[in-house]
Design a protein around this ligand. Structure first.
Ligand SMILES: [Zn+2]
Length: 142
């Protein structure tokens, strides 16, 4: 079973504390179900890669694929993303694999999304969006 380091665990606490309590609770429930399922747990360990994002960090992200190199990763400018709310209305999830690398595999995230949506019907998954699918992204706006 894949475990987070103490430093990684401590960052999880900080990131989850930056997220709306109901969304953080849905995440904790989904994570608990994932870890209790030996088949899923063997695939890797989901973790929150980002909760709240500052307006400045959002503006920086917006430059990616525009004035900065790399692919476009967001269509939201600073202040427009649900990550910019305090507490954040969105969180991003990645999966720590058994070999120690981080995965953003849509297949893995889709499995986690099923648990998130089952945990709270208000959860919306970025992988379900018709355009610009954002598989790591989960939000709760209602
Ligand atoms: Zn996101």
């Amino acid at each position: 079973m894949v475990a987070l380091s103490k430093a990684q665990e401590s960052r999880q606490v900080t990131r989850l504390a930056s997220v709306r309590p109901a969304l953080a609770a849905a995440y904790q429930l989904a994570l608990g179900q994932w870890l209790a399922n030996p088949t899923l747990a063997a695939l890797g360990r989901p973790f929150v890669s980002e909760g709240h994002r500052s307006v400045a960090a959002q503006d920086e992200l917006y430059t990616h694929g525009r004035t900065a190199p790399g692919p476009v990763v967001t269509y939201k400018r600073g202040g427009e993303s649900h990550h910019n709310q305090w507490p954040s209305w969105a969180l991003d999830v990645a999966v720590l694999l058994p070999d120690g690398t981080t995965s953003w595999s849509v297949g893995l995230l889709e499995k986690f999304a099923r648990l998130m949506k089952a945990a709270d019907a208000r959860v919306r998954w970025g992988g379900d969006w018709p355009k610009f699918q954002d598989a790591p992204h989960f939000e709760m706006t209602g």
